[in-house]
Design a protein around this ligand. Structure first.
Ligand SMILES: [Fe+2]
Length: 220
């Protein structure tokens, strides 16, 4: 293992790390796609799988331009990010909740990659490898677009959740006036309102269903 005492060595190490991370992602994505329900989410994941395959090719071009042999180094960060996402998905029985968790897990992966490619682009530029820096920038832009697309899907769920709960308006009749009825839409806000009512011993009928996870996706 080379010692990390120069920017060249750092760049090589990070390149090997992300090369392995991208390969882990290509293995994980098909399994995650099977667990997703919303068509737009499935499509976003499928598109990102194709994109990831091109990103791997781009990394191989970077290895080539740096006169290095394409070789991965186990990316522990990605391994645990994917494992954490998988563990969370297993716990979600409700399909909407699972979709929300998939978006959350995928966005954590995207943010890891955005950090890695952003760093590598700077290092490559500092070392005078402008061609390599451009390759990293291209991928960096794709990762950012994917992250934004996932945010858009998550926000779509929130609108749907708001529509789904519209017929529950009367149930919140005992919610204090200070709690906007349509402003803080979604399950989390409503759940909180119900809890406040429950604390006062005045809770009405309860509907199961949309979970804190749906609210979690909403907060992005
Ligand atoms: Fe990627």
């Amino acid at each position: 293992m080379p010692s990390l005492d120069s920017l060249d060595a750092l760049l090589e190490d990070e390149l090997k790390d992300i090369y392995d991370a991208e390969k882990q992602i290509t293995k994980a994505l098909p399994k995650i796609m099977k667990k997703a329900t919303a068509p737009e989410l499935k499509q976003a994941l499928a598109d990102h799988l194709q994109q990831t395959e091109r990103q791997i090719e781009r990394l191989e071009q970077a290895f080539d331009q740096l006169e290095l042999r394409p070789k991965g180094k186990k990316c522990i960060g990605m391994q645990y990010l994917l494992k954490e996402g998988d563990d969370m998905m297993r716990e979600a029985e409700d399909k909407d909740t699972r979709d929300a968790l998939i978006i959350a897990a995928a966005q954590k992966v995207e943010h890891y990659e955005i950090a890695a490619y952003g760093t590598m682009r700077v290092w490559a530029t500092l070392l005078g490898h402008s061609g390599v820096a451009s390759l990293f920038e291209e991928t960096l832009d794709e990762e950012k677009e994917t992250d934004q697309r996932l945010t858009g899907i998550a926000e779509g769920f929130v609108n749907q959740a708001a529509a789904d709960t519209e017929d529950e308006a009367t149930e919140d009749a005992d919610v204090p006036m200070s709690m906007p009825r349509r402003g803080r839409v979604g399950a989390a806000a409503r759940g909180e309102a119900r809890q406040m009512a429950a604390d006062r011993g005045t809770t009405g009928r309860r509907k199961g269903g949309r979970s804190a996870a749906a609210g979690r996706s909403r907060s992005r």
